[in-house]
Design a protein around this ligand. Structure first.
Ligand code: PNS
Length: 161
């Protein structure tokens, strides 16, 4: 049976932390569906299409990786896409409570879908999309935290008035 994991998130924007989880996830799963959640409560910096394009550009020719967006409940979309596992990266203690809450809620909603965590590499444990945006917004250097095409996209976003 093909083992497919769904890797959900906002990815606003994609960072090297996400890339590391995807690369390592591809060693464990046959296929990964990167699923960008359309969240009505959040106003993203990048459009859904821009975020999908950024992820696809980071994995050219990787046909085991699908990048999509979804609305509504994650477990519903995971089931629809035939994913048995929700993959999440775990950074420091601060992520733990939020992730525990989500994993338990998702299990309550559908106990056939398992959440699995991968510890973020030590080189990326402080990297978050939120901090990257804040640093870039004020002209700080985000080199090495995001891929070059995301770096250029951030520069462009913040240079246009
Ligand atoms: O990268 P993020 O913003 O921390 O990811 C959060 C995400 C997208 C995984 C979460 O908000 C989510 O699953 N949203 C979809 C709606 C849903 O299923 N909510 C209940 C989750 S317990």
């Amino acid at each position: 049976m093909k083992r497919t994991a769904i890797y959900p998130g906002s990815f606003d924007p994609l960072t090297h932390g996400h890339i590391s989880i995807i690369e390592r996830g591809l060693r464990v799963f046959d296929e990964i569906v990167v699923a960008i959640a359309i969240n009505v409560r959040k106003t993203p910096l990048f459009t859904t299409e821009e975020r999908i394009a950024m992820i696809r550009e980071s994995f050219p020719g990787e046909d085991r990786l699908k990048t999509e967006s979804f609305e509504g409940l994650l477990v519903g979309y995971a089931k629809e896409r035939g994913c048995q596992v929700i993959l999440r990266g775990l950074r420091a203690v601060s992520d733990f409570e939020y992730e525990l809450q989500m994993a338990n809620m998702n299990r309550k909603l559908d106990d056939e879908i398992e959440t699995m965590f991968m510890m973020t590499e030590e080189t990326h444990f402080y990297v978050s999309s939120g901090l990257v945006k804040e640093v870039a917004r004020f002209g700080g250097d985000v080199h090495g935290l995001v891929p070059p095409h995301v770096e250029s996209a951030l520069t462009e976003k913040f240079s246009t008035p």
